[in-house]
Design a protein around this ligand. Structure first.
Ligand SMILES: [Zn+2]
Length: 211
């Protein structure tokens, strides 16, 4: 693993040095999959992703999540926006973009919420407003030990609304870094719908291969 000084930028995927005006090398950008992944969350929302969680993509996400390579988030956002343009998401006119919140403890440990970083770039690139709408109340340490039904129930109870006015009747794009079972996105979506959102769509950097 490479952690360079802030004076060196590397492509998130192949780790070659790149210029300061670039978010990934041209070869890797050209190799972006031409067809986005489209899945349905357990709650029934559509989720799109430019990538499957695999190989160099998984490595780039891990560098970002666990090794502090924040720079990768800009490339992930660019890939999400490119994927949106290839689907009907491009005509959706989202009114608000938001992200899956991290617990306060985790945000403190990492110094940032990774989903929020990606979401803020997507908002900037699409000219849509970003708003923090949810807060996460509890840590999800035991989530792995719960069954699918239990997880759905629990995931909803982890989140609360911060800003009810910004949710009501809004078409919202909810962003996270990875979709695995989709229970996290579903939990957030359900809380937003309960608060009066019109409809929720989801986008992530990568969806796990087998679901
Ligand atoms: Zn590259």
């Amino acid at each position: 693993m490479i952690i360079d000084s802030i004076w060196i930028r590397r492509c998130p995927y192949c780790r070659k040095r790149i210029g300061f005006d670039m978010t990934e090398c041209l070869a890797c950008r050209a190799a972006y999959p031409s067809t986005p992944r489209i899945e349905v969350t357990p709650r029934g929302d559509i989720c799109i992703a430019p990538f499957s969680y695999d190989g160099v993509i998984a490595a780039a996400i891990k560098d970002f999540k666990f090794r502090g390579v924040r720079f990768n988030s800009k490339s992930f956002a660019g890939a999400i926006v490119a994927a949106m343009k290839k689907t009907y998401f491009k005509d959706m006119d989202f009114e608000v973009i938001t992200s899956v919140p991290a617990t306060k403890k985790r945000k403190r440990q990492r110094g940032y919420n990774q989903a929020e970083l990606i979401a803020r770039y997507v908002a900037e690139m699409t000219g849509t407003g970003y708003k923090e709408l949810l807060v996460r109340d509890v840590d999800t340490v035991y989530q792995h030990y719960l069954g699918q039904e239990e997880r759905k129930k629990h995931d909803k109870s982890y989140y609360s609304i911060i800003d009810r006015e910004s949710v009501r009747n809004k078409k919202i794009l909810l962003i996270d870094d990875i979709m695995t079972s989709g229970s996290t996105l579903s939990g957030c979506s359900e809380v937003l719908m309960d608060a009066g959102a019109q409809r929720i769509f989801c986008a992530v950097t990568a969806i796990t291969k087998r679901r």
